[in-house]
Ligand binder design. Structure first.
Ligand code: FO1
Length: 451
């Protein structure tokens, strides 16, 4: 069965006969098209036990701040409501998963979870697998094709992973069967925060509260579905032609929702194919090939969050040109405050800083210019990651790490050698002016960010 390839058992413990089956919801923060949730319901039904869903709210998710927590909690409020409607108990604990999951698993037959590819997510899972005395089963719910099925090693580029994915993809774009829990939720009063009331207590979390939440994007599955419907209706047809133009808005805006697992990539792909429109191929390339290349990258390259992740030839060429003269040099603070001499770069930075989302095409220009205006490429790498992770709603994601790495030559080929950039691809303002009405983009950002 294709769906079985999503399932892995992470320890060797035997199933117990206790009070309930536990789904530790982590990466797939939704109740629709969620393979892990449906698998957990089927396991609970098989053992005639109720299902409990636990989410662990930790203050220490690397580089996360108020903006991200607000978006995530908007989504969890919907999860709480939707699980309640399905007769499933939802518990939200303000505790690290490494502490909360082992504690509650002492009352569980088994623990089901979804899958994450970042170091922090993997280390949570391996710690919990060791700590608990019942099975920990992981169900891969946030990719179209499970990553080890695609490849057992790091892939060089989109060109090498694409044929592997395309060979399999249609077998995996299938609806997830929704199951009905047979045993009602227990009456027990588990210790839990109310997601419904998160506005009351979010200010007390020990997180960086200085990066303000954003109004442009509302978190949650319903908001994601609405945006997707609008995209399919009005933009997909022209996606291939117009998605790169930053003065227009022809992207789907799905990435923050995918980051928090509030929508399934399988659902999106299903809806795109159902629509059957001209932009389908270009969109699925981004949604599946490029996104799953990024999972492949962070999973198989342990240095995904540093300059060392780059190929040896890339590191060498950038270091050889570190001493080249530069028209401007800025420090991290000047970048952060958008105080460069380039209005296009500043607009991109401000778009990210104030709206939580920079246009995809500008992300490339933005990263390339940080290389140009920083003497040491290692410093440039850290500045780009720091800003991306701090301000983007979808920073701290495999796609975010890969996007930064791409600006530094990852998954790209060698180009003619030039000043500062060596053999990696460069971009300049003339290119933007030639291709787009880039001043219209600047005006658009100014309008969006003037208060
Ligand atoms: N996952 C959790 O299980 N608990 C959290 O408190 C949590 C906070 C958080 C904040 C920002 C952010 O970008 C991600 C966060 N995540 C948290 C993980 C997130 O839900 C995703 O699973 C991963 O970021 C993978 O994309």
């Amino acid at each position: 069965m294709i769906q079985d390839t999503r399932v892995q058992t992470l320890n060797k413990q035997l199933q117990k006969n206790r009070e309930f089956v536990l789904y530790w919801m982590q990466a797939s923060q939704r109740t629709e098209w969620n393979h892990a949730l449906e698998y957990a319901i089927s396991k609970a039904n098989e053992s005639s036990k109720p299902l409990i869903v636990l989410f662990c709210l930790t203050d220490t998710f690397p580089e996360a701040n108020l903006r991200h927590y607000q978006f995530m909690l908007q989504g969890l409020r919907e999860v709480e409501r939707s699980l309640q409607e399905r007769g499933i108990k939802f518990i939200l604990q303000h505790e690290s998963p490494e502490i909360a999951v082992p504690k509650i698993s002492a009352r569980a037959d088994m623990v089901i979870t979804d899958r994450g590819y970042l170091k922090v997510q993997r280390s949570w899972r391996s710690h919990i697998a060791r700590e608990i005395d019942c099975p920990l089963i992981q169900v891969e719910s946030d990719v179209v094709v499970p990553i080890e099925i695609v490849s057992e090693k790091e892939q060089y580029a989109a060109a090498t992973i694409r044929p592997r994915i395309l060979k399999l993809v249609h077998d995996y774009i299938v609806p997830v069967k929704e199951r009905i829990p047979l045993i009602p939720a227990p009456d027990d009063d588990f210790e839990s925060l109310k997601a419904e009331q998160f506005e009351k207590w979010i200010g007390k979390l020990k997180i960086d509260q200085s990066v303000q939440a954003v109004d442009d994007y509302q978190g949650g599955t319903s908001a994601a579905r609405q945006l997707l419907d609008r995209f399919l209706e009005a933009k997909l047809e022209k996606y291939d032609e117009l998605r790169n133009d930053p003065s227009l808005d022809f992207t789907s805006h799905m990435s923050p929702y995918l980051h928090f697992g509030q929508i399934s990539p399988v659902y999106i792909a299903w809806k795109v194919l159902e629509r059957g429109s001209r932009g389908e191929e270009a969109y699925l390339e981004e949604l599946i090939v490029r996104r799953e290349l990024s999972m492949n990258f962070v999973y198989y390259n342990k240095n995904y969050d540093s300059f060392d992740c780059l190929h040896e030839w890339v590191q060498r060429t950038l270091l050889e040109h570190a001493g080249d003269s530069r028209e401007y040099i800025y420090d991290s603070d000047e970048f952060e405050q958008a105080k460069t001499n380039d209005p296009y770069w500043n607009a991109a930075q401000n778009e990210m800083r104030y709206t939580g989302k920079m246009h995809g095409y500008m992300r490339m220009y933005w990263g390339k210019k940080i290389i140009e205006w920083t003497t040491k490429p290692q410093d440039a790498y850290q500045i780009a990651l720091y800003l991306n992770n701090k301000y983007e709603l979808d920073g701290r994601d495999p796609n975010g790490f890969t996007g930064v790495a791409w600006c530094f030559g990852k998954h790209d080929r060698a180009w003619v050698e030039r000043k500062i950039f060596g053999k990696i691809r460069y971009m300049n303002a003339n290119g933007l002016k030639r291709k787009f009405d880039i001043d219209a983009y600047v005006r658009k950002v100014e309008q969006k960010t003037s208060f």
